[in-house]
Design a protein around this ligand. Structure first.
Ligand code: HEC
Length: 126
């Protein structure tokens, strides 16, 4: 019984650890590969002038369009299992280093982002 409890507890901890990666961790592991140095003309973190017009698009639109992918920007930052929430937190980290002040999206904002993603994906297919 104790053995089983340990296994269950361990897998719960692992599951929690993988969903709780902070925006900064996801940024460092995924986005920084391109956005730290501006690879392929990716808007560089800290370049407020480049980020200002993107930030002006608003959190819902920019998060959704980045998640779907824009030109040389790969969908989900190239990490197929990245959730909308995980992507959003990583983007917030970049925005907040680049002149913006975005908050972790509320569940309503997340719903709006998901709706915009669906609209965008539909548009891309037709
Ligand atoms: C393989 C390189 C690469 C990775 C990895 C990457 N990006 Fe990008 N990203 C780009 C490039 C290049 C652009 C500029 C696209 C353009 O305008 O042509 C871009 C643009 C963006 C934009 C602006 C989109 C727009 O509407 O113009 C956002 C937002 C963004 N990236 C977020 C992220 C986030 C968040 C991550 C990590 C989860 C990430 N990117 C990972 C290359 C990358």
């Amino acid at each position: 019984m104790n053995f089983l409890t340990t296994i269950v507890a361990t897998s719960l901890t692992l599951a929690a650890a993988s969903t709780w990666a902070s925006g900064e961790e996801t940024y460092k592991a995924v986005c920084a590969n391109c956005h730290a140095k501006g690879v392929a003309n990716a808007p560089q973190v800290g370049d407020s002038a480049k980020w200002a017009p993107l930030i002006a698009e608003g959190q819902v639109v920019l998060t959704a369009h980045g998640y779907v992918g824009v030109r040389a920007m790969p969908p989900k930052g190239g990490k197929p299992d990245l959730t909308v929430q995980g992507f959003s937190e990583a983007l917030n980290h970049m925005v907040n280093q680049s002149g913006g002040n975005w908050k972790t999206p509320s569940s309503k904002t997340l719903k709006d982002i998901e709706a915009e993603i669906a609209r965008r994906q539909k548009g891309n297919k037709s």
